[in-house]
Design a protein around this ligand. Structure first.
Ligand SMILES: [Ca+2]
Ligand SMILES: [Ca+2]
Ligand SMILES: [Ca+2]
Ligand SMILES: [Ca+2]
Length: 234
C-alpha cells in the first residue's frame, strides 16, 4: 500500500518532465559561420560600453559554458556576418528563447531565420530575415542591463504567414517546426549585443528567467535522482 502511494506520487512528480520537451545549445557552439564580426568571448570578458547611450564599460563575469558570442561596440553594425546552428526536433510548436546581454537601444538586436539557405542570409529585414529585438519597445527600455536576460524569439514582421511573434504578450506565438533537422541562422545587426545560449520548449508557460533551463533539459538526471531517493525509503 505504501509502495502504491509512493509510486503514484512519483508518477505525479515526474510526469511533467516527460510531457514537456526542451532543446538548448550554447550560442558559441555554432555549426558554421560567415565573416568575422561574431567573436567568441570567454569569461570574464571586459566589454566596451556605449558612451552615447550612457553605458559604462563593463565586465561579463559569467556565461553558460564559460563563453558567449557577439561583437564589441565599435565593430560596426550589420555586415552580413552570421552563425548557423543545426538541430533536430519533433514536429511541434516550439517557443524559442535566447540568453542575451542588451545594454541599450543601440546594442539590442540581431537578425535571424529558420531553414534559410546560406546565400539568402543577410543583415536586412526581408521575406527571409527577421529582427530579434531585446527591450526595443519604448516602455521596455527602462530594463536595459549589462546582466544576462532570457528573451523570447520575436520578429518585427515575421517570415512565416500567421506567425507574428510577440515579445512580452500573454499569447506568444510559437515557431511551428516539422519533425527532423532544421537550421537557425543568426545574422549580425547591432554591435554590443551578446548571446550566451539558445533554448526552445514546447511549453508555452515555461519562463527560463524563472526556472534555469539546465534543470529542465536533463529530466533523465532528475528521474535518476528521484528513484535513488525513493529506494532509500523502501
Ligand atoms: Ca536597437
Ligand atoms: Ca552598438
Ligand atoms: Ca522579415
Ligand atoms: Ca554560452
Amino acid at each position: 500500500m505504501r509502495t502504491t502511494i509512493l509510486l503514484t506520487m512519483l508518477i505525479l512528480i515526474v510526469s511533467p518532465a516527460f510531457a514537456q520537451k526542451y532543446i538548448s545549445w550554447e550560442a558559441e557552439d555554432f555549426n558554421d559561420s560567415n565573416g568575422t564580426k561574431f567573436e567568441i568571448f570567454e569569461v570574464p570578458s571586459d566589454q566596451p560600453g556605449n558612451a552615447g547611450e550612457g553605458v559604462d564599460d563593463y565586465t561579463v563575469a559569467e556565461a553558460s559554458g564559460g563563453a558567449f558570442i557577439g561583437s564589441a561596440n565599435g565593430t560596426g553594425n550589420d555586415g552580413g556576418d552570421w552563425v548557423k546552428y543545426e538541430f533536430s526536433v519533433d514536429a511541434d510548436d516550439w517557443h524559442f528563447w535566447g540568453r542575451v546581454i542588451a545594454p541599450s537601444v543601440a546594442d539590442n538586436s540581431a537578425y535571424w531565420a529558420f531553414d534559410a539557405a546560406d546565400g539568402d542570409v543577410a543583415s536586412t529585414n526581408n521575406a527571409t530575415m527577421n529582427i530579434w529585438d531585446f527591450f526595443e519597445a519604448g516602455e521596455l527600455r527602462v530594463n536595459y542591463t549589462t546582466d544576462w536576460v532570457w528573451f523570447r524569439l520575436n520578429t518585427r514582421d515575421g517570415p512565416f504567414e500567421g506567425t507574428e511573434l510577440i515579445q512580452h504578450g500573454d499569447d506568444p506565438v510559437p515557431v511551428e517546426l516539422d519533425a527532423g533537422e532544421h537550421t537557425l541562422h543568426i545574422a549580425h545587426r547591432e554591435d554590443g549585443t551578446y548571446i550566451d545560449q539558445i533554448f526552445a520548449t514546447t511549453d508555452v508557460e515555461f519562463d527560463p528567467n524563472e526556472t534555469d533551463p539546465q534543470t529542465a533539459v536533463e529530466p533523465q538526471n532528475k528521474l535518476t535522482t528521484t528513484w535513488g531517493a525513493l529506494k532509500g525509503e523502501f
